[in-house]
Write a protein that binds this ligand. Structure first.
Ligand code: SAM
Length: 251
């Protein structure tokens, strides 16, 4: 990045101001909300479902806990937690984008689950959630879209109860060089084309691919979790690092 201005942020490959980035991210998800679920299946060939299943297994959901799914979008993680807890847990879905939540609410209604969640519009950097009120904080494929990652980590720490756990599922970095090359070719050449064909929106999917490359590597994110006050930060690669789960504790 031509980082003369320390405040500037990446929007894909473009350097923009923090305010611009937040507005652009809202536009991207406004634009993709209706095709988001089908695009996820097409782009990942269904693998995102396995990653999300693994993510929720790692959380080991229990009905007596309260859950906050940040950047919860159309509800994929919240629905899995709901399923695992039989509808008994308190689950809040928070997202910057009202359109993504609208699609999520419609999906919950179709399943007869509308009243099983609180749907809240809010920014991960400044959550409309009380201090120390949540047992489990989750964020899946959301953190790389956040303008100030460290502010989001600090706010996750703020809302968690002592003894609470943080979980992040995010695209990450492949450590095997040949695989990294193949993955790069697929994501730069194929994903924007699928975005163009299915969602009629090449730019948003180009952004999604580029934002993955700019996201901190596994160890770097682990370090930033410690900087935000978390303890016992662990990372687990999925599919050779195409995605990774970060877990950490608030003590
Ligand atoms: N978690 C869902 C999933 O795994 O399918 C949705 C992931 S989607 C790729 C990213 C979501 O992050 C979008 O719904 C977007 O609106 C949301 N988002 C982006 N920046 C955010 C922020 N600063 N605070 C809260 N949500 C944000």
């Amino acid at each position: 990045m031509s980082q003369q201005n320390p405040e500037s942020r990446w929007f894909g490959e473009k350097s923009v101001t923090p305010e611009q980035k937040t507005g652009m991210v809202i536009n991207v998800f406004d634009s993709v909300a209706d095709s988001y679920d089908i695009m996820n299946d097409l782009m990942s060939m269904g693998v995102h479902r396995l990653w999300k299943d693994q993510f929720v297994r790692q959380i080991r959901p229990r009905p007596e806990y309260s859950y906050l799914d940040v950047a919860g979008g159309t509800g994929d993680i919240a629905f899995r937690i709901r399923k695992a807890t039989g509808g008994a847990a308190k689950i809040t879905v928070c997202d910057l984008n009202g359109e993504m939540l609208r699609v999520g609410r419609d999906r919950a209604t179709d399943r007869g689950w509308l009243n099983d969640f609180d749907w809240v519009v809010g920014n991960a950097e400044n959550l409309p959630i009380e201090d120390e009120s949540v047992d489990v904080y989750t964020i899946a494929f959301g953190l790389r879209n956040v303008t100030h990652i460290d502010k989001a980590l600090a706010d996750a720490h703020r809302v968690l109860k002592p003894g609470g756990r943080f979980f992040c599922l995010e695209f990450s970095h492949v450590d095997e060089p040949l695989l990294a090359k193949i993955y790069d070719a697929y994501s730069y050449r194929v994903i924007p084309k699928i975005g163009q064909m299915v969602a009629k929106d090449r730019d948003s999917y180009q952004y999604l691919v580029e934002s993955i490359r700019k996201f901190p590597k596994q160890k770097a994110l682990q370090g930033r979790l410690y900087d935000a006050g978390f303890g016992k930060a662990m990372v687990k690669n999925l599919s050779f690092g195409v995605a990774a789960i970060h877990e950490a504790w608030k003590f």
